[in-house]
Design a protein around this ligand. Structure first.
Ligand SMILES: [Zn+2]
Length: 183
């Protein structure tokens, strides 16, 4: 598969520079994302230290999950083009080995087609918080994003707890389209 082949090339080049890239999570289907989402929605996984079932306002519940996790059917991990590398903690990438990895990716990732979609929000990007671990293979994901915008509507986002807040929260505009990597 094209994304994986590109990753293998990038990873070999990184290794030559003494940087080891490890995939933590890549493709996740709807059911797998539904599991992650509903564990948070129904209080089995804590979010920001909170049991979300104690929050009555559904939009607020969703907002907290959406800091770092996508609604099922809106995740770039469904596309087969995106992957999480080395650590799911931004702090890890600010010093030592983690900083070395992040610096290498920001300097060389683009040579292999990879881009960090969830960058800092200081310049007004909407959507998820920064994720220094999440990298996307833009030659494919750029096309998929364009197709998503054309083909997917809020009537397609259903089949999980809390799906009714997708439209009032405008998740397609704010989250799916809230990325730094665009063609
Ligand atoms: Zn990710």
């Amino acid at each position: 598969m094209e994304t994986y082949e590109a990753f293998v090339k990038m990873s070999a080049a990184a290794e030559k520079d003494g940087v080891k890239l490890t995939i933590i999570s890549a493709t996740r289907n709807f059911d797998s994302q539904k599991g992650i989402w509903e564990n948070k929605w129904e209080g089995r996984t804590m979010v920001e230290g909170k049991d979300l079932t104690t929050i009555a306002d559904k939009k607020e519940r969703a907002r907290l999950i959406l800091l770092y996790s996508s609604m099922p059917s809106t995740s770039r991990h469904h596309w087969g083009t995106d992957m999480d590398l080395n650590s799911l903690d931004n702090e890890y990438f600010t010093s030592g080995e983690g900083l070395k990895i992040y610096s290498w990716l920001t300097a060389h990732g683009a040579e292999y087609g990879f881009c960090q979609p969830y960058t800092s929000k200081v310049n007004g990007r909407t959507g998820y918080e920064e994720e220094k671990w999440h990298w996307s293979y833009l030659p494919l994901s750029g096309v998929f994003l364009e197709e998503y915008k054309k083909q997917v509507t809020y009537s397609d986002i259903n089949g999980f707890a809390g799906s009714d807040v997708a439209k009032p929260m405008d998740v397609i505009k704010r989250y799916v389209e809230g990325v730094a990597c665009k063609r």
